[in-house]
Design a protein around this ligand. Structure first.
Ligand code: CA
Length: 228
C-alpha cells in the first residue's frame, strides 16, 4: 500500500513548513494549501487519509468548513489552532472534527495524533467492528459479552451503552454532549455529572489501575477519548 496522503490547510507559511517537514520525515505524502477554497478543491480531486486544518483562514471560518465537509467526506480531521479556549475545541469537535491540537505543540505530539487518526481511518468496504481487545479486556458486541482474562465482567445497561459509544470511535475526542446524547438521550446533554460517574464505573471495571486510566481518558473540559 502507498503511503497515506495528508492534506494540510494552513495559511501561515512558517507553520506549514514545520508541519510538512515533520510529516514528510515520517514518510507521509503531504499536500498543502492556504485557503478553504483550495482545500475543498484538493479534497474533491483525490482521496486523502487525513485533513489537518487551521481554524483561522483568510477565506472563512474552519468550524463552519468542518460542518460543510462532514456532509460529503468522512476522512479524519485534526484541527490545529491558536484558539485554546475549551468552547472552541468543543465547537470544532461537535462540528465533526476528530481531534484538536493547540499551538504551540511539539512535533512529537503532532505525529502521535496523526498516527492515532490514521489508525482509526475507516477501511473501505469493511463492516463495522464488533470485536475489541484492550488491556486484559475482550468485548464482543455481537454477543454483548465483556470479559476480563476470560471472566465475565458485569456491566449495567447504561455502562454498556457508554462503553459501546466510546468503542465506536477509538482515538476520537468525544464531547460531553455527544456522549450524553448517545447514552442518555438529547434531553440530558447538560448532565455532565452523569458521565463523570459512569466513566469512573467503567474505569473501575475495565482499567488495570482505575486511578491511572490507559483506555478511558479524560480530555479536560471537553470530554473523553477511548484509547485501545
Ligand atoms: Ca491561521
Amino acid at each position: 500500500m502507498s503511503e497515506p496522503t495528508i492534506l494540510l490547510v494552513e495559511d501561515e507559511a512558517q507553520i506549514r513548513r514545520l508541519v510538512r517537514a515533520a510529516l514528510a520525515e515520517e514518510g507521509y505524502r503531504v499536500l498543502e494549501c492556504g485557503t478553504l477554497k483550495e482545500g475543498l478543491a484538493q479534497l474533491h480531486a483525490e482521496t486523502m487519509q487525513l485533513l489537518i486544518l487551521d481554524l483561522g483562514l483568510p477565506d472563512g471560518d474552519g468550524i463552519a468548513f468542518i460542518r460543510e465537509l462532514r456532509t460529503q467526506f468522512s476522512l479524519p480531521v485534526l484541527v490545529l489552532s491558536a484558539r485554546s479556549a475549551e468552547g472552541e475545541k468543543i465547537r470544532a469537535l461537535d462540528a465533526g472534527a476528530d481531534d484538536y491540537l493547540t499551538k504551540p505543540y511539539s512535533s512529537g505530539e503532532l505525529l502521535a495524533r496523526v498516527r492515532a487518526q490514521l489508525r482509526r481511518a475507516p477501511q473501505e468496504g469493511t463492516a463495522a467492528e464488533t470485536h475489541f481487545c484492550f488491556g486484559d479486556i475482550e468485548v464482543d458486541l455481537a454477543q454483548r459479552s465483556v470479559t476480563r482474562k476470560g471472566t465475565a465482567v458485569r456491566l449495567t445497561p447504561i455502562e454498556y451503552r457508554l462503553l459501546c459509544a466510546m468503542l465506536a470511535e477509538p482515538g476520537k475526542v468525544l464531547t460531553y454532549r455527544h456522549l450524553l446524547s448517545a447514552v442518555w438521550g438529547k434531553a440530558f446533554v447538560e448532565s455532565n455529572h452523569y458521565l463523570r460517574i459512569y466513566v469512573s464505573h467503567l474505569r473501575q471495571k475495565l482499567e488495570e489501575d482505575p486511578a491511572q486510566p490507559k483506555h478511558f481518558l479524560t480530555e479536560t473540559g471537553v470530554g473523553y477519548r477511548f484509547h485501545p
